[in-house]
Ligand binder design. Structure first.
Ligand code: PLP
Length: 283
């Protein structure tokens, strides 16, 4: 595979940045992930708008325009012959000679991008559903920024993997914030879709946003509010959303089944609706 690093297209295995890069030293950077379906970027403007917002929030100037970043995304898809997968973008504050915490002057940010192959539409786990475990949400207070500081999520998702679960739901003040790398939804007994409202407590998911809109357009009731695990265990259905999984049914929470333990019809329908939307927004 071919990657992009600071203006050059290079084999991914040879792509390098300095050990003094502030992404490496301080996690002083942000990232973004867009899905690719049939060689086209899914809902990409939404991801690039969030990228712009993330860099703005940490006062990091983008080294390239959004238009140029889009061209690089497309060039990577072409060069890699990518049909289905992901395009990863990372921007850090660059490499300086020292290790000053404050922003160094005259340092060019690092822009790095690569692709990976993933058949999201045909993922086996979408048919069976996944289990989630719950963990305390130990992250910082600005989760609305898609920061590369992901240690809390690494530990949460490792705990999930060790428990044979597909995702970790993070809990704060008794309520679910979100998944380690996904937004969390439930469908209540009264057929109300519930997902936590956007705030600094969660990442504003691009897939979440699209799914909420698609559901509302189909007269599904949506409530944006936090929910507890007790409520989720009493729900008809549960699911997660993300660019790398679209919509995935959740059938178990901490080993207890949600409803009958099978993927629910609403989650499955929203997955199909989202896939149609993904194909239609592909560019
Ligand atoms: N929440 C967190 C913490 C994430 O890391 C992600 C994606 O990686 C999401 C939610 C889902 O966001 P999106 O739908 O934009 O991929």
């Amino acid at each position: 595979p071919i990657a992009y690093v600071n203006g050059d297209f290079v084999p991914l295995s040879e792509a390098k940045v300095s050990v003094l890069d502030r992404g490496f030293l301080f996690a002083d950077g942000i990232y973004e992930v867009s899905a690719v379906l049939d060689g086209k970027l899914v809902d990409n403007d939404s991801h690039l708008a969030r990228l712009e917002r993330s860099v703005g929030e940490i006062k990091l100037p983008l080294p390239e325009t959004i238009a140029r970043i889009k061209e690089i995304q497309r060039e990577l898809i072409t060069r890699n012959g990518l049909k289905d997968g992901l395009v990863y973008i990372q921007v850090t504050r660059g490499a300086d000679v020292g290790r000053d915490f404050a922003f160094p002057k005259g340092v060019k940010p690092t822009l790095m991008m690569f692709t990976s192959v993933k058949d999201i539409v045909n993922a086996a786990s979408a048919k069976t559903g996944i289990g989630v475990i719950t963990v305390p949400d130990i992250r910082w207070a600005r989760r609305d920024i898609k920061s590369v500081a992901l240690l809390a999520q690494v530990l949460a998702k490792q705990a999930a993997a060790e428990a044979g679960a597909g995702e970790a739901w993070m809990i704060e003040d008794g309520k679910v914030t979100e998944g380690g790398s996904s937004s969390a939804f439930i469908l209540t007994k009264d057929d109300v879709l519930v997902t936590r409202e956007n705030s600094s407590a969660i990442l504003p998911g691009c897939t979440r946003k699209a799914v909420v809109k698609l559901a509302e357009e189909r007269q599904l009731r949506v409530e944006e509010r936090a929910f507890t695990i007790e409520e989720a265990l009493k729900a008809k259905e549960a699911f997660i959303t993300s660019a790398s999984s679209f919509v995935q049914p959740v059938v178990k929470i901490d080993g207890k089944t949600v409803a009958d333990g099978k993927p629910g019809p609403t989650a499955q329908r929203l997955r199909e609706i989202y896939i149609d939307f993904a194909r239609s927004t592909g560019e």
